[in-house]
Write a protein that binds this ligand. Structure first.
Ligand code: FCB
Length: 415
């Protein structure tokens, strides 16, 4: 009989869940409002977290999580550049923060997650350099309003994914294709905005507890399916260069590193290329076909827990900043698969920490089944299921939620 090891996580480690406004809130006026997803779905009601956040916070407490990463939706809070924040909408977010506090749940707030106010989009979105001061003003007002309640700030969620899917692949609004110049501009402007906003948060956001600030970088490994295929290797290398190296350098290269106090890492897995094709379910190849190739995939990408150790070690060596896993999760109807994926990735995370990487927390994507952007409601990432056919949108615990609750309570997993 093999004895399982106990993999203990340190005291104070944050065990959280994550969501984003467009995906869960509903009643939103941004570029996604009139967007129809591949399954015909839209985000106009989504999970109605906008009204049901008290219930959702109760669920978080039932899960035993001690942290929640969520977004403050810019389009709700400001109606024009440099306008004062909308007091009613701000009060709602304040109430959400107070309710989290009452349940001892630490908030990490995200200031940009794939959406902009209509007036920003009308002026060219992040391709326009004028978006930088507009965003920094939004952040300044938020920091003044919320610094007593928030110390963990996430400036941008996955700028790489946003710029890629909106300006290269055409999947997100404004659905442009192969606009490499615009892709680079968006990254450059967001990176500059990140540096300015981070300095501001650190300067003006200290209300007793030092603020922490960073981006959330999505890290995908890009590999060739056949190691000796020059074409597949070239494709993988080009993706790695564009989405990993170029983006990391823009946000954290040189003196810019000093603006951040942490790195947020969203880690899901890898993409392998075969005859120029991305071999993942998100690009249209079925999980079953990929299985025949020997790939283990959720409904989105290939799983690659070994990569969790590699990327953590790399970021640690390169930047020497604390890290939060700001997202990890799996989309599948198979809860055993999702449990296995979670355990493997947490074991890898633990291994990296045992090797000296300073990881401060883990946020499961996602609390709820939700509106998964261009895929609509077909990708089931939630710890809680939401019955979208019932207008009351009832939530129910899935088996993985029980597993995660145990981990949050015990602070260890069996390895
Ligand atoms: C990440 C996004 C998040 C969600 C998950 C599945 O790339 O940040 O909004 O779409 O993937």
């Amino acid at each position: 009989m093999t004895r399982e090891k106990v993999l203990q996580f340190p005291p104070g480690f944050l065990w959280g869940t994550a969501t984003s406004p467009t995906q869960v809130e509903g009643h939103i006026e941004n570029e996604w409002t009139n967007f129809t997803a591949q399954d015909g779905g839209h985000c106009r009601i989504a999970c109605d977290h906008y009204h049901r956040y008290p219930e959702d916070i109760d669920w978080m407490a039932r899960l035993g999580t001690n942290a929640y990463r969520f977004g403050l939706e810019w389009s709700r809070l400001q109606s024009a550049p440099f306008a004062p924040l909308n007091p009613t909408e701000l009060a709602r977010y304040v109430d959400l923060l107070d309710q989290l506090k009452a349940k001892n749940i630490t908030p990490m707030v995200v200031l940009h997650h794939f959406s902009n106010p209509p007036w920003i989009n009308a002026a060219g979105g992040w391709t326009n350099v004028a978006t930088i001061p507009a965003y920094v003003d939004f952040v300044r007002q938020l920091v003044a309003a919320l610094k007593e309640k928030v110390y963990l700030w996430n400036t941008f969620n996955e700028p790489d994914t946003y710029a890629c899917v909106a300006y290269l692949l055409g999947g997100f609004p404004p659905q442009r294709k192969w606009k490499l110049g615009q892709f680079r501009k968006v990254i450059d402007h967001m990176a500059r905005a990140h540096v300015q906003a981070s300095r501001l948060i650190r300067r003006e956001g200290d209300a007793g507890r030092k603020p922490e600030v960073g981006i959330a970088k999505n890290w995908t490994f890009f590999h060739a399916y056949k190691r000796f295929s020059p074409w597949d290797r070239a494709t993988a290398l080009a993706c790695h260069y564009t989405f990993n190296k170029f983006v990391l350098d823009a946000f954290l290269g040189g003196g810019r590193r000093r603006a951040s106090t942490f790195i947020g890492l969203n880690y899901y897995g890898r993409v392998r290329f075969h005859h120029f094709r991305a071999m993942i379910p998100a690009s249209g190849t079925s999980v079953k076909t990929l299985k025949d190739f020997g790939f283990v995939c959720d409904d989105m990408v290939e799983r690659y827990p070994a990569g969790m150790v590699k990327i953590l070690a790399y970021l640690h060596r390169k930047f020497r900043l604390p890290i939060y896993i700001t997202e990890h999760g799996a989309a599948s109807h198979d809860e055993n698969f999702r449990e296995h994926d979670l355990r493997e990735n947490l074991a890898a995370l633990h291994g990296a920490m045992a090797g000296g990487v300073d990881v401060r927390g883990f946020f499961y994507w996602s609390l709820l089944d939700n509106f998964e952007w261009q895929f609509g409601y077909t990708k089931k990432f939630g710890l809680l299921a939401v019955d979208f056919a019932d207008e009351k949108l009832p939530r129910t615990l899935k088996p993985l939620a029980e597993v995660y609750a145990r981990i949050c309570r015990d602070h260890f997993i069996q390895g």
